[in-house]
Each structure stands twice: as structure tokens, then as C-alpha cells.
Design a protein around this ligand. Structure first.
Ligand code: COA
Length: 363
């Protein structure tokens, strides 16, 4: 067997089912959760003239009524720090061993934004890095943080998802300008027991780079810069093939969620709450239907915030927990999908935690 065959063999082995963590193993336990949205809102009606669209079209096709945008002079660092501060408060902590920030809208391409967030929060010289997995970024960051805890590298980790999509969306693009918004959400993980509420259960992550062009920012990366060609107008903005993305999002999230259910030893009837990345209300409903989760168990806040990429899941959890829709001991199935393509799913039993959510979008 040569090196490439060994790599394929390894990949096939890694893709197969794995047993759930053995009891007694050190687990990552959710101990705090928070969401933050900037006060500025853009209602569907505000987009109607520019995009030749209507409130009804956007609501019907996406479930979105409004999205938020950061005020001038602020960006991802400030939103991440706001959500991080609230999550630490929710967890009753003022120290952690590491900060992991999921974002594809860092303040600068280099350096990462997480170290500045850690400094802004007064956390001292802790480990801090960004994770780039677009709308699945929070689950990838969660897996990275949970791995550090399980390995004993850290006892407490702040995991943040924060996105300033208003900086990368073309305001004249009907496909994307109606969907994306700015926000941040965060959780604190601590070392604990796999059997206690809040312990992160099985996680399933995946990718398919063959479809990397379905959602992309064509210009600004090393490849385009080295090619020596001038980008066409708008190529620094996000481009999306909406229909194809829709199909992949539904299939990939459903499959990953199904795998996690099996690994968790849960049947579909055991799922009290389905929390999917808020890409589009129709995608969430299609995933729920595919899995067989009744609609009254499906969490949603997309109407008020739009698609907030890596911020979407922690913001949804914070919102649902603080409004009483997500309760201690609820069994929660999480799923996310994004550009890459990347996707993921995870499960956990909701802990007794005081969620802090800034409900500016509730007026
Ligand atoms: N307002 C009004 N009409 C619009 C429009 C808008 N904002 N966007 C597109 N249309 C029109 C098109 O011009 C087209 O008209 P035609 O039939 O006369 O040519 C028609 O609607 C269908 O266009 P299409 O691009 O196929 O729309 P769609 O039904 O696929 O809806 C999205 C577009 C973006 C809402 C949809 O594809 C979607 O939500 N995809 C998933 C996106 C997503 O979740 N991305 C994030 C993943 S993390």
C-alpha cells in the first residue's frame, strides 16, 4: 500500500461510525451562553427599491423579516467581545484558558481577531485563534475547543461565533443582500463529566471542496493576488449560487444530524429541540421534515436576524434559552452547513444555565 492508498484507507476508516465516548471520560460541558446583535436593523422594505423585491417575496422564500448591521467604526472584534463578555457572565467566570473565534469576517486577513478579543475581555495571555468554516464555523470551533478540553490542554474555553457580513455582501446582489446579517454569539465550555447535562455528545463534521465555488468571495485571496489580474467589480463580495446551495444544505445537514442521532443512541422521538444554522427558514423546515422532527420542536429566530453565519447557532441557543423555548434537560440536536462546502452536527442535553441574550430585535 503506497502513501496515497494509506491516506485513502485512513479517510475511509475515519468516515465510519465510531463508538460514543466511554463513561468516565473527560467531556466539554456547556456552562454559559449568550447572544448579541447590533442595534441597527435593515427591514425587508428597506431593500425593496434597490433590489426590485418585496417584503412578501423575501419572507416567503427565506422566512426573514429583518437583519442587523454594525454601526460605523465597529466590526467583528467589538461584536465578539460583547457576546464573549455576556457568555462569561452567564458562566459566572472572568477567566478562561483559551478563546476560539469562528468567523470569516475577521477585522483583518492577518492577524487573527481572537487575540484582540481576548485582550479586550481582559483575559490575559491565553491561547486565542480564529476558525474559518463559514456558516458551520461555530460547530467546528466547538469541536476544536471540546478537543482541547478532552485532551487536558484547557479546563475552560470561550467559543465565539461573530460575523460582519455587511462588510462582504454586495448591496446590489438580490441573492445575498436579502439573507445575511451581522451578529455574535458565544458559549463557555468547561471540563466535566460526559454524563452530566450540558456535556457535548458526539460531533460529526464534514467537507466537500469540489463545490467550493457555490459560495465564495472570488477576489482578495492569495490565488487571485498572485494571478496578477485585476478583479472585476464586486469580486471582493460574497457570490452564491442559491439554488444549488439550498439542495446541498438540506442534504448535508440532514445526513450529519442523522449520523449524530445514531452515535448518541437517540431516536428521533428523543429530540426535544432541533437547532439548525439559520440559513433560510425553508431549509430548516426541510431538514426537520427529512429527519421527522415535528415543527413545534424546531427552534428558529431567522425572522429577526437573518443568516448570521458562524454567529447563528449560539445566538439561536441563547435566544431560545432566554425566552424559555429551550429548557434544562431538553435533548438538543444541532446542525450547520456553509461554504466550503462544510457541515456538521452535534448533540447535547441542555444544562441549567442562565442564557443572556440581547433582544434588541424584539424591540
Ligand atoms: N426578490 C425578488 N425576486 C427574486 C429575488 C429577490 N430577492 N431573487 C431572485 N428573484 C427572482 C429571480 O429573478 C427569478 O426570477 P425569474 O423566474 O423571473 O427568472 C426567480 O426569483 C427565481 O430565482 P432563483 O435565484 O432561482 O431564486 P430561488 O427561489 O432559488 O431563491 C434564494 C433565491 C437565495 C432565496 C434561495 O436560492 C436560497 O435561499 N438559497 C439558499 C441560500 C442559503 O441559505 N445560503 C446560505 C447557506 S449557509
Amino acid at each position: 500500500m503506497d502513501a496515497s492508498e494509506r491516506a485513502l484507507d485512513r479517510a475511509a476508516h475515519n468516515a465510519g461510525p465510531r463508538p460514543a465516548p466511554a463513561p468516565g471520560r473527560r467531556a466539554a460541558v456547556l456552562s454559559g451562553v449568550a447572544g448579541w446583535v447590533p442595534p441597527g436593523t435593515v427591514a425587508n422594505a428597506d431593500l425593496a427599491d434597490r433590489l426590485d423585491t418585496t417584503d412578501e417575496w423575501i419572507r416567503t422564500r427565506t422566512g426573514i423579516a429583518q437583519r442587523h448591521t454594525v454601526p460605523p467604526g465597529t466590526a467583528t472584534r467589538e461584536m465578539a467581545a460583547e457576546a464573549g463578555r455576556l457568555a462569561l457572565k452567564s458562566a459566572g467566570r472572568d477567566t478562561v484558558d483559551a478563546v476560539v473565534l469562528a468567523t470569516v469576517t475577521p477585522d483583518r486577513h492577518c492577524p487573527a481577531t481572537a487575540p484582540e478579543v481576548a485582550t479586550a475581555l481582559g483575559l490575559g495571555p491565553v491561547a486565542a485563534h480564529d476558525v474559518s468554516a463559514v456558516c458551520a464555523g461555530f460547530l467546528y470551533a466547538l469541536a476544536s475547543a471540546a478537543g482541547s478540553i478532552a485532551a487536558g490542554f484547557a479546563d475552560h474555553v470561550l467559543v465565539i461565533g461573530a460575523e460582519t457580513f455587511s462588510a462582504i455582501v454586495d448591496p446590489d446582489d438580490r441573492n445575498t443582500a436579502i439573507i445575511f446579517g451581522d451578529a455574535a454569539g458565544a458559549v463557555v465550555l468547561r471540563a466535566g463529566d460526559p454524563d452530566e447535562p450540558g456535556a457535548l455528545g458526539p460531533v460529526r463534521l464534514g467537507s466537500d471542496g469540489a463545490h467550493s465555488d457555490l459560495i465564495q468571495i472570488p477576489a482578495g485571496g492569495a490565488r487571485q493576488r498572485l494571478a496578477g489580474t485585476d478583479p472585476a467589480p464586486g469580486e471582493y463580495c460574497l457570490r452564491m449560487q442559491g439554488r444549488k446551495v439550498y439542495r446541498h444544505a438540506k442534504e448535508r445537514m440532514s445526513q450529519a444530524a442523522h449520523d449524530v442521532l445514531e452515535r448518541s443512541g437517540w431516536s428521533i422521538g428523543d429530540v426535544d429541540r432541533l437547532a439548525t444554522h439559520q440559513a433560510n427558514a425553508r431549509i430548516t423546515e426541510a431538514v426537520a421534515d427529512e429527519l421527522g422532527v415535528p415543527r413545534d420542536r424546531v427552534l428558529s429566530n431567522i425572522e429577526h436576524v437573518g443568516n448570521t453565519s458562524a454567529a447563528s447557532l449560539p445566538l439561536l441557543l441563547a435566544d431560545a434559552a432566554s425566552s424559555g423555548l429551550l429548557l434544562p434537560h431538553h435533548r438538543v440536536l444541532l446542525a450547520a452547513f456553509g461554504a466550503g462546502l462544510v457541515w456538521g452536527a452535534a448533540s447535547l442535553t441542555w444544562p441549567d444555565v442562565t442564557a443572556l441574550s440581547v433582544h434588541t430585535y424584539r424591540g
